[in-house]
Design a protein around this ligand. Structure first.
Ligand code: ADP
Ligand code: MG
Length: 323
């Protein structure tokens, strides 16, 4: 129902950055090799996400905006082993409920694509359209019909910065995807999508900072840790340079943060916060990603194992590279 969509919107769609995260994750789930995120006015006026993924078949275009109609969860086994980024089937419905959307999409096999427009979740126009294979979602006038939510939106610059941070995380989570970001017409990020995390780190952090990042590699019980960590020379006085991922998904994890910082303390590198891009890979059933609608908080079945895996991976890097 429309009310249910609005309630879901309250949980899923907090601000432009959450819209961008959901749309970009859909693009990645669709197998995109390249995706472009464009925003105007911090994303409040316009968000456009373009991908070269599998596209949406004409018959499925409207269904995609129905809550749960297209959930990637088919049975409880899927819930346990979530391999795709989206799994609730409610993001598009939630976003559509509080914005105006233009969808342009074509599957590679179809001669013509579909152009669909929605306002507040209602389809207002639909036609066949010639377009490249893949999907473009344009989200305009976020919260135009929910004035109460507008009060929680910050200045364009702050919303734009949050979008940029979300795009950077996606780029670091998916080095195999070329990610482009444009803010008010100006390109601010382009990753090559060559599958190398180092390339993505270079694009996201810039050459000077990236040069201070050294590779991390280690493994623990049932899990492995790979990525990069900063040598003290490029540590900054903020945790803003710490990026943790579990099975390809950006997470906020006190356990991983503590393990990282303990390893630096062990090496007497104290005083500032280290930076890192660390990917933990583990059996899907060993993590619980279904904790919060925005899916950033994870639960580990064993915090201890995760702590140890991260701690020893970082420690061995520091012992090797810091002399
Ligand atoms: P979920 O990702 O949880 O399945 P969403 O509401 O985010 O739910 O998306 C609904 C459905 O729309 C997806 O399951 C997918 O089938 C389709 N879809 C959305 N975005 C894209 C895209 N960029 N490319 C292809 N299909 C898409
Ligand atoms: Mg999704």
């Amino acid at each position: 129902s429309h009310v249910a969509d609005l309630i879901a919107a309250g949980e899923v769609v907090e601000r432009p950055a959450s819209v961008v995260k959901e749309l970009a994750e859909n693009a990645i789930d669709a197998g995109a090799a390249a995706l472009t995120v464009e925003i105007q006015n911090g994303g409040m006026a316009l968000i456009r996400v373009t991908d070269d993924g599998c596209g949406i078949a004409a018959d499925d275009a409207e269904t995609a905006f129905l809550r749960h109609a297209t959930s990637k969860i088919r049975d409880e086994h899927d819930l346990e082993a979530i391999g795709t980024l989206g799994f609730r089937g409610e993001a598009l419905a939630a976003i559509a409920a509080v914005s105006r959307i233009d969808l342009l999409t074509r599957t590679p096999g179809a001669p013509l694509g579909t152009a669909l427009s929605l306002e507040g979740g209602t389809v207002v126009s639909r036609e066949e359209a010639g377009c490249p294979a893949g999907t473009t979602m344009v989200v305009r006038d976020l919260f135009y019909n929910t004035p109460a939510r507008l009060k929680f939106v910050k200045k364009d610059s702050a919303e734009g910065a949050a979008v940029f941070a979300a795009v950077q995380r996606l780029a670091l989570a998916h080095p195999e995807v070329s990610v482009k970001f444009l803010r008010d017409g100006k390109q601010e990020l382009l990753t090559p999508g060559d599958g190398q995390l180092r390339s993505a780190v270079y694009s996201v952090f810039g050459r000077d900072l990236a040069l201070g990042f050294v590779p991390v590699k280690g493994s623990g019980e049932d899990m492995s840790v790979t990525g990069f960590a900063s040598l003290p020379a490029c540590c900054r006085g903020t945790r803003g340079y710490q990026h943790f991922f579990v099975n390809g998904r950006y997470v906020k994890s006190r356990t991983m943060m503590a393990a990282l910082e303990e390893a630096y303390k062990n090496q007497k590198m104290v005083g500032k916060f280290p930076g890192c891009v660390l990917h933990l890979t583990t059996r899907l059933s060993a993590v619980d990603v279904n904790v919060h609608p925005t899916k950033q908080e994870v639960k580990f079945s064993s915090d201890r194992k995760v702590f140890d895996a991260v701690y020893y991976a970082v420690l061995s890097t520091l012992e090797r590279d810091h002399t």
